[in-house]
Design a protein around this ligand. Structure first.
Ligand code: SF4
Ligand code: SF4
Ligand code: SF4
Length: 272
């Protein structure tokens, strides 16, 4: 059964848990102090990179009463139905799309210091080239691209192939199922405390076929609630049984932000 990664932005609380879980699962290195310099926003680092495949975007705007409101968006590869990155890549096999999971995977080791064409063609600015910085701040770019793999190693249990899980790690402890069945969930979905990221059977989204960009895609960005789209809370809970009550977390966070004059988006804003 094909699975779909669904993000319900109305539930995201900007905690960056998914950003951290992505780094941890994929064993991505820490960014340097220079790379993480704050640019006047809570968003950090300032962009996706070869070291950061999932970045929680923070959008801040003023309400009419002068209070600041945040919206959050965990930004990563959309795993497009017909990926431009793959279509324009000149290296055979360097970018593949898994027919079962829909995951679009860059096999960076095959890039061969090629061209960075996927970076130029992706409409969402997702793939990034490897860089390094010397002590004087000079940046060297390597033409090897990196991005989210939809945790295809976790999801399919195919660790040990081209993937990034180190040999010798305890796959069971890490949540990887030792089978080819698509049973595990991406690390970001597994960790999200708000239930904003779900990994569910594609068939559960049949009611959303009028949604823009329809067609098979392994990731859907849903700026509407699951209920609005005909996905009942019970259905979502069945797909991801370990979730806590998201609205309890939401209330708690709102309580923390209120003394600072920062408002949370109201639930009813997503309706209609
Ligand atoms: S873990 Fe969930 S709530 Fe936290 S930033 Fe990511 S999507 Fe949002
Ligand atoms: S890298 Fe860009 S074009 Fe390729 S699948 Fe991801 S979002 Fe689509
Ligand atoms: S699916 Fe995996 S690789 Fe992609 S953003 Fe989530 S944790 Fe990172």
């Amino acid at each position: 059964m094909a699975k779909v990664k669904v993000i319900d932005l109305s539930l995201c609380q900007g905690c960056r848990g998914c950003q951290v879980a992505c780094k941890q699962w994929n064993q991505l290195p820490a960014i340097t102090e220079e790379e993480g310099l704050n640019k006047g926003s809570y968003e950090n680092p300032p962009d996706l990179s070869a070291k950061t495949w999932n970045l929680v975007r923070f959008h801040e705007f003023l309400n009419s009463d002068g209070s600041v409101q945040f919206t959050f968006f965990p930004d990563a590869c959309r795993h497009c139905p017909e990926p431009f990155c793959m279509q324009y890549c000149p290296v055979e096999g360097a970018i593949t799309k898994d027919p079962d999971t829909g995951a679009v995977v860059i096999h960076s080791e095959l890039c061969g210091d090629c061209c960075g064409e996927c970076v130029a063609q992706c409409p969402y600015g997702i793939p990034k080239l490897e860089t390094s910085m010397d002590d004087d701040g000079a940046v060297t770019t390597y033409y090897r691209a990196h991005k989210c793999k939809l945790c295809n190693d976790r999801v399919t249990g195919s660790v040990g192939g081209d993937n990034t899980v180190a040999a010798g790690q305890d796959q069971t402890a890490l949540g990887v199922l030792p089978s080819t069945a698509i049973e595990a969930v991406p690390a970001c979905a597994k960790t999200c405390p708000a239930g904003a990221i779900q990994f569910i059977d594609e068939s559960l989204l049949t009611n959303t076929n009028t949604y823009p960009g329809t067609g098979y895609s392994a990731q859907w960005i849903l700026n509407r609630s699951a209920e609005d789209l005909g996905l009942t809370p019970a259905t979502m809970a069945d797909a991801q049984p370990s979730k806590i009550e998201p609205h309890d977390r939401r209330s708690a966070l709102a309580g923390l932000l209120k003394p600072l004059g920062i408002g949370m988006p109201k639930d009813d804003k997503r309706k209609g």
